[in-house]
Design a protein around this ligand. Structure first.
Ligand SMILES: C[S@@+](CC[C@H](N)C(=O)[O-])C[C@H]1O[C@@H](n2cnc3c(N)ncnc32)[C@H](O)[C@@H]1O
Length: 203
């Protein structure tokens, strides 16, 4: 079972110690990245970083952070960043909920992108879907008033499930008239079929 699914209450002392060490390291990294109050664009599941790199290039004054669980994807994203030397862009191999828990208190989210998240179509794996209540609550706790949450998916069932998650959430509301914040084709957008986009804003 991957660490981000491990129920802490049932975890062994080794797992708890590993989690504490990982969180301490992540907190230190984030504190070094953001020593001052910062308004951030956060991409969850940034993959190889194509999209957020383009966003950062188009918005040089806006700080951008992308996280992904897969080491090789973050290594590729960081190679782009090393080549381009953008001072407003960072990528970390980290779980989204852990990142939110470890961000310094003075960092707030102005916008969140979730592009082509894994749909986990089988009912028995629904609990693995990203936009669960715990993530929405962790995002809401960090989001500035009016912050947007932009979700795009090629899987209609997953898109409808996301829509329901937000309709039933007290912290975000669907904002159909809010325009998509930035267009650039992500890696999965390139290889998947037609997609739907959904924008919510923090209440
Ligand atoms: C289907 S890929 C999409 C990648 C990219 N957004 C794109 O459109 O090309 C979904 C990504 O979400 C990442 N992911 C899934 N759960 C995550 C979590 N809890 N925290 C961070 N990343 C996560 C996966 O590792 C994977 O790289």
């Amino acid at each position: 079972m991957p660490f981000w699914e491990h129920p802490t209450s049932a975890a062994s002392p080794v797992v708890i110690a590993e989690q504490a060490a990982r969180r301490a390291m992540l907190s230190a990294t984030l504190a070094a990245l953001y020593p001052e109050p910062t308004s951030l664009i956060f991409e969850i599941g940034c993959g190889h970083g194509h999209f957020l790199t383009a966003y950062a290039a188009a918005h040089p004054k806006i700080r951008c952070l992308g996280v992904d669980l897969v080491t090789q994807r973050i290594e590729r994203a960081n190679r782009k960043q090393t080549r381009l030397k953008f001072n407003n862009l960072a990528f970390l191999k980290a779980d989204a909920v852990e990142t939110l828990a470890c961000l310094p208190a003075h960092v707030r989210l102005a916008g969140i992108f979730v592009l082509f998240p894994d749909p986990w179509p089988k009912r028995r794996y629904e609990h693995r879907r990203l936009l669960q209540t715990n993530l929405l609550e962790a995002l809401a706790a960090r989001a500035e008033p009016g912050a947007w949450l932009a979700i795009r998916s090629d899987d209609l069932c997953y898109y409808e499930w996301c829509n329901n998650q937000i309709v039933n959430n007290l912290s975000f509301k669907i904002a159909p008239s809010t325009p998509w914040p930035f267009e650039h084709t992500s890696y999965f957008q390139e290889i998947k079929g037609p997609y739907q986009s959904l924008i919510a804003v923090k209440r």
